[in-house]
Design a protein around this ligand. Structure first.
Ligand SMILES: O=C(O)CCC(=O)C(=O)O
Length: 248
């Protein structure tokens, strides 16, 4: 072996339209890609969590007293059926929001955890935090050194299959402060996370977020960009996304 040979830095596993003039570099110390966009920064690591740890997280999010967590068609269950399930580790809830004068269920389930008093309001919903549990604290502590932030809350989203999704939005609620650092952690089925500039919405960056991946959004990103998780009808499995945040 050549002792002086240098290992090549990995290549970014998705493309960014050249019009965005993004600069991408591999940060060997943090083992992340640093992606500088006009008006925002991303950090990205595909296999941030090991497969063993990531698999354990999947079971942790779904362990319950009623259904087989791996084989159940979770989207096929009614809200009444779901309400009877005791999930051992996460208090999943199916929120409803007002949309065009009607009350509709969100196309995913969610849960809000955090320090006492760190409530969060979005889409007209106010979420009061459940106290941290050991699993969520472990994940939080794993991402904080890389994200460079001490988080005090986390929003969990459970996309039961490819029908579940999240519409275009920015995480720009006042309680997140001016330029929030948001660390997004992903377990389960891969889904595309799509970014677009608010002032030029036609061009998009599509980031496939796989089991065990980490994506950090920071800088002015939430002022100039929106993000979404579109439907992917062929995806049959659950995907969990955790966005760690700092409520100020
Ligand atoms: O599921 C994702 O990757 C995105 C979640 C998200 O946009 C949010 O929680 O605000």
């Amino acid at each position: 072996m050549d002792l002086f040979s240098q290992t090549e830095p990995p290549a970014l596993p998705f493309s960014i339209p050249s019009d965005f003039n993004a600069t991408v570099r591999w940060d060997e110390a943090l083992k992340v890609f640093r992606i500088d966009l006009p008006d925002g920064e991303l950090l990205f690591a595909d296999g941030f969590f090991s497969p063993t740890f990531s698999d354990r997280c999947l079971a942790y999010f779904l362990e319950n007293d009623t259904y087989d967590w791996q084989t159940t068609d979770w989207r096929g269950l009614s809200d009444a059926q779901l309400a009877k399930v005791h999930f051992r580790n996460i208090h999943w809830q199916h929120d409803r929001i007002r949309l065009y004068g009607k009350t509709v269920p969100l196309p995913r389930l969610s849960a809000w955890y955090g320090d006492p008093g760190k409530s969060y309001t979005y889409s007209g919903l106010t979420l009061h935090p459940h106290p941290w549990n050991d699993g969520l604290r472990t994940i939080k502590q794993a991402v904080e050194p890389t994200a460079g932030e001490r988080f005090n809350s986390v929003l969990l989203n459970w996309y039961r299959n490819g029908e579940d999704h999240m519409s275009w939005h920015a995480d720009d609620e006042p309680e997140l402060g001016c330029n929030p650092v948001i660390a997004s952690v992903n377990f389960g089925a891969s889904r595309d996370f799509v970014l677009r500039r608010t002032d030029e919405p036609r061009q998009k960056i599509k980031i496939p977020l796989h089991h065990g991946s980490l994506l950090v959004m920071r800088g002015a990103l939430q002022h100039h960009w929106q993000h979404s998780v579109p439907k992917r009808k062929r995806v049959i499995g659950s995907r969990f996304n955790l966005t760690f945040r700092r409520i100020v």
